[in-house]
Design a protein around this ligand. Structure first.
Ligand code: ARG
Length: 451
């Protein structure tokens, strides 16, 4: 029997039942649903809406149901549509008339909203923990590579030498922002919708502050109509997931390029690589490629939920039942991606000699050579021009700037002296950076301090 069957003279068709039901995916919220219901029952008793004995009976039955679900003893039914009605009907089967009192002063609309918020608050915590582990892995890699010199790129063209530690700490910053974005998102998640009823509040003398305390919410929602129809918090959460996936996909792209034979800057451990079914020599960076691909999927989740919510009139509409699929998918995908990514980079081999060799070609000291002439009193624009001509000369003669003799250099500018060579070797170029947040060894040391 449907919990809402009273008004109906005919049962729903089985195809409509099936189409309408969300139990297949929202059963994942069973724990949050039971937690919310126990708090609700306690509140009803505290306010004298049901008796203390009734609340205790409801609580202990719900805890038994929780155990039964976890032991796989419960079979949910499509007939009961969703997790909320499934649990309520099991409760009523167990308790009889007392079970029927649980839904006093509550609607499935505020119930599902509180369940989803409880769920996402936990997800936010695990995402933050995973990101923290990823960042400490980056710090470890950086600490082991303070002296690993490599090319820094713009337009994927060799630009200026940097250290691998510095490179890793750039990603550290992105993930640090991701953590703070999640923390921020959590503030708006931390608002209790329960007690809003269907849309207009309830006629009972409830205590929503008590509910908030019981369920660990910092705030109580201020407008019932908004609190049952708001899914901003879920959209924001998927936006956070999308941004982190975007960061991971950039990092993955680098790792894919770096592990190609052309680069050979890094090598993924066998345990995180795959082979080819036809080409025996292949070792493919599938994990990185998959994370890059899954990024598209998480963006899709974000657009899915935004589109579900687009144009919905207030308050609750059944469209919103579709919110759970993208939320679960985005969260699961992100968790899996961060954790495999962390394992992958903590086991990858860094080919520092190859990186250093690459850093020595491509005229990456050209800016430093120009800066040298500035220090001898020339204007930067003129120096840029002079060094540009030197580079062209080097390209035509297949030489590096530091391979030119002083006489050769002097044909471009008489400001060149013997000390130029010390200024343009790769480590000197790195060490000479003075601005806050630069790649200099000192600055990277600062970034790694207390980490
Ligand atoms: N299964 C529904 C959902 O996930 C629960 C809320 C249903 N409310 C309603 N008035 N039909 O959105």
């Amino acid at each position: 029997m449907k919990l809402w069957g009273g008004r109906f003279s005919k049962a729903a068709s089985s195809s409509a039942n099936e189409f309408n039901a969300s139990i297949e995916f929202d059963q994942r919220l069973y724990k949050q649903d039971i937690t919310g219901s126990i708090a609700h029952a306690k509140m009803l008793a505290k306010q004298g809406i049901i008796t203390k004995e009734e609340a205790l009976a409801i609580e202990s039955s719900l805890l038994e149901i929780l155990d039964d679900i976890e032991d796989g003893k419960i079979e949910f039914t499509i007939e009961q549509e969703d997790i909320h009605m499934n649990i309520e009907s099991i409760l009523t089967e167990k308790l009889g008339p007392i079970g029927k009192k649980l839904h006093t002063a509550r609607s499935r609309n505020d119930q599902v909203a509180v369940d989803l918020r409880l769920f996402l608050k936990e997800e936010v915590k695990s995402q933050i923990n995973l990101l923290k582990t990823l960042n400490s892995t980056l710090v470890n890699i950086a600490k082991n590579n303070k002296d690993t010199v490599m090319p820094g790129y713009t337009h994927l063209q060799r630009a200026q030498p940097v250290t691998f530690a510095y490179y890793m700490m750039a990603y550290y910053q992105m993930f640090k922002r991701d953590i703070s974005r999640l923390e921020d998102c959590n503030k708006r998640m931390d608002v209790l919708p329960l007690g809003s009823g269907a849309l207009a509040g309830t006629t009972y003398d409830t205590d929503r502050d008590f509910l908030a305390k019981e369920l660990g919410f910092e705030y109580v929602s201020e407008n019932a109509m908004d609190s049952v129809s708001d899914r901003d918090f879920a959209i924001e959460f998927i936006a956070c997931c999308s941004t982190t996936m975007m960061h991971l996909s950039r990092f993955c792209e680098e790792l894919i390029i770096w592990s190609s034979t052309e680069f050979s800057f890094v090598e993924m451990d066998d345990a995180y690589s795959t082979g080819s079914s036809i080409m025996p020599q292949k070792k493919n960076p599938d994990m990185a490629e998959l994370i890059r691909g899954k990024t598209g999927r998480v963006y899709g989740d974000l657009v899915t939920l935004l589109t579900i919510m687009k144009g919905l009139p207030l308050a609750y509409n059944k469209d919103m039942q579709e919110d759970k699929l993208p939320v679960f998918d985005a969260s699961d995908t992100l968790k899996a991606s961060i954790s495999i990514f962390t394992q992958m980079i903590s086991t990858m081999k860094v080919n520092s000699d190859v990186m250093e060799k690459a850093a020595k070609s491509g005229f990456m000291n050209a800016t430093d050579a120009a800066d040298y002439l500035v220090s001898k009193g020339l204007a930067f624009r003129d120096c840029h021009e002079i060094i540009g001509k030197i580079v062209l000369y080097c390209v035509n003669n297949q030489k590096a700037i530091e391979e030119l003799t002083l006489d050769e250099l002097k044909t471009f500018s008489d400001k060149f002296e013997e000390d130029i060579y010390d200024k343009i070797n790769i480590r000197a170029c790195i060490a000479a950076k003075k601005s806050k947040g630069s790649t200099s060894f000192e600055s990277v040391e600062e970034m790694l301090k207390d980490k």
